[in-house]
Design a protein around this ligand. Structure first.
Ligand code: IPM
Ligand code: MG
Length: 367
């Protein structure tokens, strides 16, 4: 079966980090016989500049066909004043919604070599390995009614938090399945004390648990308390499952615990396709970092690890994904650092391309 991959580098540092991913993809082709049929296209501001839309229908159609989409980053000040419907972010949201990528996996893993970069004490974060499963296609991001309306002599801005039982149940299943392959613990977060959608969320997660996953340890927390517990003692968690908006906030929080946003990958998964593989989009958690774009200073690791997640979740190559993660750990342990990972003591950082090369060398050493 040919492995098809659509690469959407996007804006800002997207293209430069993706260039390093291409090297890693080629490495797996040459050295491990894992050949990918790669195509590349535009998304975000780059697509807007070329076509007047952040995602063309042709790109959307291609994304629906491939085994996996790998995206760099979208957005930047250049496009900030565009109308809402054509902002770069809409391209990404369209991909998520039309591919129905309802389960967003955001691991927050603290690499030992980087534990001192966290704003929290080393002992709080060293060895941290949690997985946030964020519902990605529902909730307040997409609920209707939405808009800015006139009400008497002023305007009112409206968004709607909305979840059906089946939307909650399917993302809960994703979380329980993942937990079984980890430490077998799920903590569900909502605001059942304030929101009806939270009451339903808690009920449905509990039902799915009791009926299908009684072996997994389930707890729940109000999302605000969850944020507090995440900063107090994050290692108490294994898998956290939560809605779209809370997941957006909590995953940024969890990301920062690990010391660098430049390190964190993500996977957005949907229902299985005809070939049994889930619809899938992989992207780094970081943004397009327009302030450093084009300077060769960006850290390519998050994007490379996102390809690692593709190996694991789309291509059933868990062992090769482990190989990639181990190579990256070794590179970091050797003291190699991009600019975002430089401490106050300074030193000369590696460029984006040098970090990519160091990872290729470490991959060679795994053979
Ligand atoms: C994220 C981002 C996006 C979101 C933006 C870019 C639309 O913050 O992936 O977390 O809010 O989901
Ligand atoms: Mg976010």
């Amino acid at each position: 079966m040919a492995n098809t991959l659509l690469i959407l580098p996007g804006d800002g540092i997207g293209p430069e980090v993706m260039a390093e991913v291409r090297k890693v993809i080629d490495w797996f082709g040459k050295k491990r016989g894992l050949v990918f049929d790669v195509s590349e296209d535009l998304v975000g501001g780059a697509a807007y500049d070329a076509h007047g839309t952040p995602l063309t229908d042709a790109t959307m159609a291609r994304a629906q066909e491939v085994d996996a989409v790998l995206l760099g980053a979208v957005g930047g000040p250049k496009w900030d004043s565009l109308p809402f419907e054509v902002k770069p972010e809409r391209g990404l949201l369209r991909l998520r919604k039309e591919m129905d990528l309802y389960a967003n996996l955001r691991p927050a893993r603290c690499f030992d070599a980087l534990a001192d970069f966290s704003s929290l004490k080393r002992e709080v974060v060293a060895g941290l390995d949690i997985m946030i499963v964020r519902e990605l296609t529902g909730g307040v991001y997409f609920g209707e009614p939405r808009g800015i309306f006139r009400e008497g002599n002023e305007r009112v801005g409206i968004n709607t938090q909305r979840y059906t039982e089946s939307e909650i149940a399917r993302v809960a299943r994703s979380a329980f399945e993942l937990a079984r392959r980890r430490q077998n613990r799920v903590c569900s977060m909502e605001k059942a004390n304030v929101m009806e959608s939270g009451v339903l969320w808690r009920e449905v997660v509990q039902q799915v648990h009791d009926a299908e996953y009684p072996d997994v340890e389930l707890s729940d927390m109000y999302a605000d308390a969850g944020a507090m517990q995440l900063t107090r003692w994050p290692k108490q968690f294994d898998v956290i499952v939560t809605d779209n908006l809370f997941g957006d906030l909590l995953s940024d929080l969890a990301a920062m615990l690990t010391g660098s946003l430049g390190m964190l990958p993500s996977a957005s998964l949907g229902a299985p396709m005809g070939n049994g593989r889930p619809k899938a989009l992989y992207e780094p958690v970081h943004g397009s970092a327009p302030d450093i774009a084009g300077q060769g200073r960006a850290n390519p690791i998050a994007c490379i690890l996102s390809f690692g997640m593709a190996l694991r979740y789309s291509f059933d190559q868990g062992t090769e994904a482990d190989r990639l993660e181990t190579a990256i750990e070794k590179v970091l342990a050797s003291g190699a650092r991009t600019a975002d990972l430089m401490g106050p003591e300074g030193g000369t950082p590696l460029s984006t391309a040098q970090m990519g090369d160091a990872i290729l060398k470490a991959l060679d050493e795994t053979l």
